[in-house]
Design a protein around this ligand. Structure first.
Ligand code: PLP
Length: 400
């Protein structure tokens, strides 16, 4: 694969190799094409670029630093571990990067309402934040069961002024929230916009969300080079839908000397039904308007997936990851719930940084890999978010 082709993904129809595209009814395809055209036009304009850059700097607090986790590296006795600190962003994770992009795009397109679903509430809070800032109404659909489980995020969304719609149909969880939010969107797709929460869904969302997140890797590549005069030997990130990972990876795809590793949740074990290792154990199929790797049951339904990190339990994965796996450009590995908890506690107690359980999967992989490498090699880990949201759960689980 030539360098040129890595830079050019996806093609004009939204395909990354055979993955991606628009597996949706023709009426919806037309709407998605209009969003794509508007996005391609608006993102080139200096007004949009300047407004987004300014918000990244003054509102999100970018650039997020790269931190040398020296005590952790010494303890492991191998490669040097560096952390890209997305946990220090306003709202505590990488999600604000694409939510701001989507909310601004909605404003520039003259939309009157932003609609989305949320599972654990992380996407909902980041989007409600971005919409409050941009000054555009925001409607978040959330399963009643999740509303009862995720109290702090529910409260935050209300405080931020979004319209929170409880969904009671079906199992009253994420899948029903998606259906409910989509129905609302289809009532007026000319004036509403649906804000997808990762590099998934029909074209142009995997591309758009990736573009907004690619600030992570663009900064990290420059920061690392300025610090060390070379590029890292390994870069790694956790993969749920895959947005924080694509955000880091994109800038490095053409650097052949950089090994790229995505880490999926092995949950309670790859030999159980309770994991969410889509690229590791799934197969190419269709889900949520795109072709990608999917974990399916024998009768072709999406598998009920599990991870200790609620942000990672998705039975599909971004189409670009699906293609990068097939090309062999990115290696996809796994970390279990137990390894994740261990990494969560270790990073907290050795470096004083409490990571999100999602991000802890990438830390766990780095902790497994570092001792096998030499002291002059480096692993750059994307610390996608902070673990405040997980602290009570972990304390409970470990009996602290
Ligand atoms: C939502 C979330 C993830 C998973 O989403 P991706 O699209 O795979 O990045 C990872 N880390 C944190 C902190 C999250 O909130």
């Amino acid at each position: 694969m030539s360098k040129f082709q890595y830079a050019e993904m996806p093609n004009k129809d939204g395909f990354f190799g055979e993955f991606g595209g628009q597996e949706i009814p023709p009426e919806l395809k037309q709407i998605m094409d209009e969003i794509n055209d508007a996005y391609e036009e608006i993102r080139q304009t200096p007004e949009f670029q300047e407004e987004l850059d300014q918000l990244f700097a003054d509102y999100v607090g970018r650039p997020s630093p790269i931190y040398h986790a020296k005590r952790l590296s010494d303890k492991l006795g191998g490669a040097q571990i560096y952390l890209k600190r997305e946990d220090l962003n306003h709202t505590g994770a990488h999600k604000i990067n694409h939510c701001l992009g989507e909310a601004l795009l909605a404003k520039y397109m003259g939309k009157t309402k932003v609609i989305a679903e949320t599972g654990a509430g992380q996407h909902g809070v980041a989007l409600a934040t971005a919409c409050a800032l941009v000054g555009i109404p925001c409607e978040i659909h959330m399963g009643q069961v999740d509303i009862e489980k995720e109290h702090p995020n529910v409260t935050k969304m209300k405080i931020l002024g979004c319209d929170l719609i409880p969904v009671t149909r079906g199992t009253a969880t994420l899948k029903d929230a998606v259906d409910s939010a989509f129905e609302e969107y289809l009532k007026d797709p000319v004036n509403f916009i649906y804000a997808i929460g990762s590099v998934v869904g029909p074209h142009p969302f995997p591309k758009m969300v990736r573009d907004f997140q690619s600030i992570i890797g663009n900064e990290a590549r420059e920061q690392f080079q300025a610090k060390k005069g070379k590029l890292p030997d390994f870069i790694t990130a956790c993969v749920g839908g895959g947005s924080n990972a694509m955000g880091l990876f994109t800038a490095f795809l053409n650097d052949e000397e950089v090994n790229i590793v995505g880490v999926e949740p092995a949950g309670k074990g790859l030999d159980t039904e309770q994991h969410s290792a889509t690229l590791t154990l799934g197969k190419p199929s269709v889900l949520h308007g795109m072709k990608c790797y999917v974990l399916e049951t024998e009768d072709g339904e999406p598998m009920p997936v599990h991870s200790i990190a609620s942000g990672l339990d998705y039975p599909g994965v971004g189409p670009q990851h699906s293609y990068l796996k097939e090309l062999g450009r990115v290696q996809y590995e796994t970390a279990s719930d137990e390894e994740c908890l261990n990494a969560f506690m270790t990073l907290s107690q050795v470096e004083g940084i409490i990571p999100a359980l999602e991000s802890s999967h990438a830390v766990a992989w780095a902790m497994r890999k570092a001792p096998k490498l030499s002291k002059d090699q480096a692993i750059l880990v994307n610390l996608s978010g902070r673990g405040d949201k997980d602290a009570d759960y972990v304390a409970d689980k470990l009996g602290l």
